[in-house]
Design a protein around this ligand. Structure first.
Ligand SMILES: NC(=O)c1ccc[n+]([C@@H]2O[C@H](COP(=O)([O-])OP(=O)(O)OC[C@H]3O[C@@H](n4cnc5c(N)ncnc54)[C@H](O)[C@@H]3O)[C@@H](O)[C@H]2O)c1
Length: 221
């Protein structure tokens, strides 16, 4: 069986990497950003670390922050509406898995409106079009939503978390800036750190090991 991997077009790693956002937005010709984050990140100043970069560069944006942890179908649908209403042409997500997954759902539905019920995206959805361009900046460790083709949305009616898998949802750019994670509360740091460690151990023990999983393994040993 062939091994498949799907990568971002561009990825940045390192303290201060968020400064690359301005050049990426300009080089890609985006005119208006829907900035996706959550209330906690707005209040604690983490979102501002990124909006400061956009403001310094004169990048126009509107903010969507009505996102719960374990985001819901409604969180995605409200974001789709705001994206259209504000005339955005790209998404920038700053947050943990909840924010990045919501942004992925928004980007997929704007580009594939036949899935606007969200629930029909569960599993492997045969979407025809790539997501609206999404630049993702994680503020926790572990979900890796900035570099994966997965997103998780809660279906409150049927009381379940839906895992959606779609190569069309991968962010065009991932910016992993450790500065955005330095202020995590201890509990969040420990729990999302364990999430990252678990993935690394999986890379170490898997029988399906190959060059890519060995890169992950080398990050633990
Ligand atoms: N897409 C994927 O492949 C994937 C993988 C695993 C989990 N998930 C999903 O991701 C979600 C969990 O994501 P998570 O663990 O990153 O947490 P989260 O995004 O739910 O965030 C948890 C809380 O921490 C706050 N927070 C986030 N970063 C912070 C920071 N730097 N400083 C202070 N507060 C901060 C948030 O505002 C929120 O209140 C779940 O919905 C889960 O199902 C997705």
């Amino acid at each position: 069986m062939a091994n498949r991997f799907v990568l971002n077009e561009t990825s940045y790693f390192g303290a201060g990497a968020r400064e690359s956002l301005a050049d990426e937005v300009k080089a890609r010709g985006f005119k208006k950003i829907l900035f996706v984050t959550d209330k906690v990140l707005l209040e604690c100043g983490v979102a501002k670390m990124v909006t400061d970069v956009m403001e310094k560069a004169g990048i126009a944006y509107d903010t969507y922050s009505e996102i719960k942890a374990n985001p819901t179908v409604k969180n995605v649908q409200d974001g789709v509406k705001l994206f259209k209403d504000c005339g955005a042409d790209a998404l920038v997500a700053v947050g943990g898995g909840s924010v990045m997954d919501t942004a992925k759902g928004i980007g997929i539905i704007v580009a594939n409106p036949e899935y606007s019920d969200v629930v029909s995206l569960e599993g492997v959805a045969p979407t025809k079009n790539k997501s609206i361009p999404l630049i993702a900046l994680p503020t926790t460790s572990g979900t890796a939503a900035e570099v994966t083709i997965n997103y998780v949305i809660t279906d409150e009616v049927n009381k379940k978390k839906m895992v959606c898998v779609d190569p069309h949802d991968i962010p065009v750019v991932a910016i992993v800036d450790s500065d955005l994670m330095m202020g995590m509360p201890k509990g969040l740091c420990a729990s999302t750190g364990m999430d990252a460690l678990t993935h690394a151990i999986e890379g170490y023990i898997t029988l399906g090991a190959w060059e890519m999983s060995d890169i992950d393994r080398k990050s633990v040993v």
